[in-house]
Write a protein that binds this ligand. Structure first.
Ligand code: THG
Length: 702
């Protein structure tokens, strides 16, 4: 057997074996004592050395190549808007990036042999301006990063490494800027994103590793990984998460441990052998493709790593990607194991009077409060719609998405008919958003909404809601809905490279509360469409603007109809719904007759002399939601004490609980109440849950 040929491209090498990069740059430069003149008066601006003292920079690269590494990072960590901005020289971004890459390239070329190619990774640091905090606009930052990457590519870098990211929105600006530069240059440049997880287990802005993966992986990076802030030990769990869920390759460049402060500055305690031990374990357990070091690591550290892991095949991984969206803070999967995914409908200028009025009066804090309250009500994501006739939608979206980016722990579903409004939202959100919505309303040709919106969606890596609408209008029959959905899914996956699990199809329903003959079957056609669509595309997600089904009915009737319809849709396979989550009732809390008539209404079961719509309206005539609540309270009060306590557990009903408990404690010891009454109630809850009559949020309430 002959030995396989040496991979000549970095991309190929990363696939075939563990590639070793270099270690710290900053302290190595300092050790060479550059003068104020070398810095052209910009003290500490290391990138200037690329033009004033190429000898110094080359010598650092040479030291790492001598240690045996496969590639070095350019001295361009600060060649960006934020850092060069501190010195007032942002016009030199391209020049200093290009110079840095060219120097590294020269040394790499001199060290390369036919069977030992060496590569250059263009370093892109985080800068000092965080877009999530409003220090700079996304577009300005992205364009500056594009110049940064253009310089690196022009200087001969084979990869761009966006590293030490603390703010996901900054990371996206940098990665998108780099992608634009790569596309413009037409090169096969490897794109890598590395985030920095602090000792507290999250990025500086509070992002968990899951939020980072979900937000960044859809940008089509080649590798994702971690660097800086901590040593390898603290990175282990986060790498484990990436190894388990990321489809793409992995990288890791830890510090030489957590710094210890001594009289003469920070000291990094990790020895070369310890760094090699860590990468030894990580490459075997997590299948890393690229390893290196960050602050405090030296050529001696990297030599130990080279001796231990260089040339190894990356360990096989069997990742389980989990489709979902993310807020700045957390990943939220589209598939909720025991429930439907609830998308809060209330932060909608058309769908909520309170939200609309707050927005019109620019009471932004009230808007934010309404949006946030939905998390407490049980929502998993937040639908945000600012569309309102006569308003500047882009301005309103900027105000609200900027605030919700940090104030909301839930991912945002951007709901607008206007592309610039959706784009304004995407440019504010560090997490992964969902764009609501795209459709075939005017086809797929040049100039169609699909053709204009999808490039924006794809560039930001968002997921999408698809509305079942085509040139003929909103699909009314199950067959029509499924046909439109299938055509849209094919367009999105085929032309636009979307993954089917990132597509959320809304099979749409009109209200069935008007009695018009042509709307009688709308709910049942919707249910049929969900069932058939999930049969044909098991991986696709489905959703519904649930409350639409009951427009025109009184609020008490709407609660019941929405709840019953949601239950039927969920049985047919519905994954999510745009809802007012706290106004959804579990089936066991709806009186039998109301539920039966609602079902007849949903399935259009009319008989001679029986119209479920008329009967349904009769049942709720004069009933308002307060009366409904009072009715339930009276019913509860009429029960004997022990029954009442049990019912409270089943219904999760807290009001006046203390009075009941005080009474109970006069009759039994606390432990007996727990063992007999509470456990009995929980048994019923378990049965209701097991039989699908009660969803997880209600179990939790219980
Ligand atoms: N599909 C998709 N997106 C959507 C819809 C859809 N977005 C908007 C809408 N439809 C879903 N959102 C709502 C929000 C509120 C109401 C209905 C749908 C609603 N509001 C009450 C009303 O208007 O009577 C509450 C009024 C108030 O509080 O002031 O019913 O179908 N993809």
């Amino acid at each position: 057997m002959s030995t396989p040929p040496t991979p000549q491209s970095l991309r190929q090498a990363l696939r075939e074996r563990v590639v070793v990069a270099d270690g710290g740059m900053g302290t190595m430069l300092q050790d060479r004592n550059p003068t104020m003149e070398d810095f052209e008066g910009h003290e500490g601006c290391n990138e200037i050395l690329n033009v004033t003292r190429p000898d110094i920079v080359r010598s650092v690269h040479q030291a790492y190549f001598d240690a045996g590494v496969d590639c070095v990072e350019t001295n361009t960590f600060g060649a960006n808007l934020g850092n060069l901005g501190e010195y007032g020289i942002t016009e030199r971004i391209f020049e200093l990036a290009e110079a840095g890459a060219r120097l590294a390239r020269e040394v790499a070329d001199a060290c390369s042999t036919p069977d030992r190619p060496r590569w250059v990774i263009g370093s892109v640091g985080p800068g000092t301006k965080l877009p999530t905090l409003g220090h700079v606009s996304f577009a300005e930052l992205r364009d500056a990063y594009q110049r940064n990457a253009e310089g690196l590519i022009a200087g001969g870098a084979q990869a761009i490494l966006v590293e030490t990211c603390q703010d996901l929105l900054q990371a996206k600006a940098a990665l998108i800027g780099a992608k634009r530069a790569i596309a413009a240059a037409g090169t096969d440049t490897v794109l890598i994103g590395q985030v920095t997880i602090e000792q507290n287990g999250a990025m500086l802005m509070g992002s968990e590793i899951g939020a980072a993966l979900t937000a960044l992986e859809p940008l089509d990076l080649d590798l994702i990984g971690l660097n800086c802030a901590t040593g390898p030990a603290e990175m282990s769990e986060h790498l484990r998460y990436l190894a388990r869920h990321a489809r793409i390759g992995l990288s890791c460049m830890p510090n030489a441990g957590l710094p210890v402060l001594t009289a003469d500055g920070a000291h990094y305690p990790l020895t070369p052998e310890e760094l090699a031990d860590a990468h030894d374990t990580f490459t075997r357990e997590f299948g890393l493709n690229l390893v290196g070091g960050c602050c405090g690591t030296t050529p001696a550290h990297l030599k130990a790593v080279v001796d231990r892991v260089r040339g190894r095949e990356p360990a096989e991984r069997d990742p389980r990607p989990e489709a979902g969206a993310s807020s700045l803070y957390q990943h939220v999967p589209f598939r909720q194991d025991t429930s439907y995914l609830a998308i809060g409908e209330r932060s909608n200028a058309n769908g909520s009077k309170a939200f609309r009025e707050a927005m019109l009066e620019q009471r932004w804090d009230d808007c934010v409060r309404i949006a946030r309250e939905q998390a407490r009500d049980g929502a998993h994501m937040i639908d945000l719609c600012v569309d309102y006739v006569g308003r500047d939608g882009v301005a309103d979206m900027k105000e609200l998405a900027f605030r919700l980016a940090t104030a909301a722990t839930l991912p945002i579903v951007l709901d607008s008919t206007e592309i610039p409004v959706l784009e304004a939202g995407l440019e504010m959100l560090g997490g992964r958003a969902v764009v609501n919505s795209v459709s075939l309303e005017d086809g797929t040709g040049p100039g169609s909404k699909m053709a204009r919106l999808m490039p924006v969606v794809r560039e930001h890596g968002a997921a999408v809601v698809v509305m079942c609408i085509d040139e003929r209008g909103q699909a009314r029959t199950a067959e029509w809905k499924v046909d439109v959905a299938a055509r849209t899914i094919e367009e999105l996956t085929g032309t636009w490279g979307m993954r089917v699990e990132d597509i959320i199809v809304d099979t749409l329903t009109f209200t069935i509360g008007t009695g018009q003959e042509e709307s009688r079957r709308d709910a049942l056609e919707t249910i049929e469409a969900i069932r058939e669509l999930k049969r044909r595309y098991p991986g696709v997600q489905t959703t519904l603007g649930l409350s639409n089904v009951s427009f025109g009915l009184n609020p008490a009737a709407r609660i019941v109809l929405n709840s019953v319809f949601l239950h039927e849709c969920a049985e047919a396979g519905l994954d999510s719904a745009i809802v007012h989550a706290s106004k959804i009732l579990p089936m066991n809390r709806i009186p039998d007759e109301q539920r039966e008539v609602a079902l007849d209404l949903v399935y259009d079961r009319r008989r001679d002399g029986y119209d479920p719509l008329i009967r349904f309206m009769e049942l709720f005539e004069g009933v308002d939601t307060a009366a409904m609540k009072a009715g339930r309270a009276a019913e509860l009060a009429a029960l004997p004490l022990w029954e009442r306590l049990k019912r409270r557990i089943v219904d999760g009903e807290l009001e006046n609980l203390n009075a009941d408990l005080d009474e109970a404690l006069t009759q039994k010891p606390a432990l007996a109440i727990v063992n007999e009454v509470l456990l009995d109630g929980m048994k019923t809850v378990g049965e209701l849950f097991g039989s699908g009559q009660m969803q997880l949020p209600f179990v939790l309430q219980s």
